[in-house]
Ligand binder design. Structure first.
Ligand code: AMP
Length: 419
């Protein structure tokens, strides 16, 4: 037997139902906020991702790359923002006046060491607000992230926020950081020794090395305009009673962030659930200066959210209970069974239902009621065929509702929906 590839998973029911639920809740919230879904290609030319920074771990060692038949190098997407940037530019989506609100729900691929909460194929919900600048845009995203988690049923989470300033500020901090660690490289782990030269900011992401006392405070390199911005956004957050902590260690693993950056962790969990921030120079870098669009976005790790929801039993066990079980007791009832089923499914908000597909004896057929535990059962046997009427039974108290065949579907739907 051949097993699945390392780092991938088969997401089975009822876990898959949780993915569906999160997807439905987030799509509905985002659509209500006028965001539009973008469905991105699963692979892009590898170069698309080079603006993430050659020194970033994602580009440096985590990408799944492969040549096409003409020798061009392709990569399975390791994240969504670069695909969005490429798509916005290629389709000429944003114009000068209007901001663009996009979201994606997609599987990402990173060659990481697999462990619980870290997979080689994982799912992200990403939200990008493009061509919008300033406190209001940043706050909209933070508020959306918070609402999203609350709507899914998570309350125990915390936001950490930092402000990176512009590229010069980042550069100043990199130099300061390198200076402060000069001659002390033996304090760093193997990964961070490599990062020291090329991507020293990532040292701040390392759980081991970011505890070092030598690390200088980020706020010493901020300019007056950065400090003023930080004061404005924190004042809005405070007035909105938005709970957060300022954490100078948050720099985020990807190289493209400028301005605000943020992360959400679940209480008592080590790993980050959601991360994001502003990336005002990414469009310019991607197009060699041809397009300059300020933007802010975040990505939620859906798998980590699902793991958490499962562990904390925030999902009701009867979430997946079906509304109606239709049982045909005779082969002659097949036509009636499927007619009724079709009529029910054609109604605007369809009930969830199941039919008995195997030809079993009466006793075994009725055992299906225990298997499916539906809210209602409707049987079609010779009696029903002769009288052209059905009996709908409520399983909780065995109450019966007589349904005449005329308008049967509408009537059944009405009774079940009124529960
Ligand atoms: P990033 O794109 O690295 O900013 O990650 C955003 C979110 O995606 C993280 O906060 C995680 O929840 C999730 N994530 C990132 N990498 C993985 C992975 N290898 N496996 C599962 N979830 C991940």
């Amino acid at each position: 037997m051949i097993n699945r590839a390392r780092g991938t998973r088969d997401i089975l029911h009822p876990q898959s139902a949780l993915y569906q639920k999160i997807r439905a809740i987030s799509f509905s919230l985002l659509n209500a906020n006028n965001y539009q879904q973008i469905i991105l290609p699963t692979y892009e030319y590898q170069q698309t991702f080079s603006s993430l920074g050659e020194s970033s771990d994602v580009v440096h060692k985590e990408m799944f790359t492969f040549p096409d038949r003409k020798g061009r190098s392709l990569a399975l997407r390791p994240e969504g923002t670069m695909g969005v940037v490429r798509a916005v530019c290629q389709n000429k989506l944003a114009n000068d006046q209007h901001f663009l609100k996009l979201y994606y729900w997609a599987n990402m691929f990173r060659y990481e060491r697999p462990q619980r909460g870290r997979y080689r194929e994982f799912w992200q919900l990403g939200v990008e607000l493009i061509n919008a600048q300033g406190v209001r845009a940043d706050f909209e995203l933070l508020q959306l992230a918070k609402l999203l988690l609350e709507k899914v049923g998570v309350t125990d989470f915390s936001f950490s926020i930092n402000y990176l300033g512009d590229e010069q500020t980042r550069e100043r901090y990199k130099v300061l950081l390198q200076q402060s660690l000069q001659g002390k490289l033996d304090l760093l782990c193997e990964d961070c020794t490599r990062r020291y030269e090329k991507n020293p900011l990532r040292i701040m992401d390392c759980e081991e090395c970011n505890q070092l006392e030598e690390l200088p405070s980020y706020h010493t390199v901020l300019q007056a305009t950065d400090v003023a911005y930080l004061a404005n956004i924190t004042s809005l957050l405070d007035n909105m009673q938005f709970t957060y902590v300022l954490d100078q260690k948050i720099v985020r693993g990807l190289d493209y962030y400028t301005g605000i950056v943020f992360e959400v962790k679940l209480t008592n969990r080590k790993r980050t659930l959601l991360g994001g921030g502003r990336y005002d120079t990414l469009f310019s870098k991607f197009t060699n200066g041809a397009r300059r669009l300020p933007a802010v976005g975040f990505a939620l790790g859906v798998d980590r959210l699902v793991d958490f929801l499962e562990e904390t039993a925030l999902t009701k066990s009867n979430d997946n209970r079906i509304d109606l079980l239709l049982l045909a007791l005779d082969e002659k009832a097949d036509c009636q069974l499927f007619t009724l089923k079709e009529q029910l499914l054609k109604l605007e908000s369809a009930l969830s239902l199941e039919v008995n597909l195997n030809y079993l004896n009466k006793k075994k057929t009725f055992e299906l009621i225990n298997t499916y535990n539906p809210q209602f059962v409707l049987t079609i046997g010779t009696k029903e065929l002769n009288s052209s009427s059905f009996t709908l039974k409520r399983t909780s108290d065995r109450r019966e509702f007589l349904i005449t065949e005329k308008n049967a579907a509408a009537l059944i739907n009405e009774i079940i929906k009124s529960e």
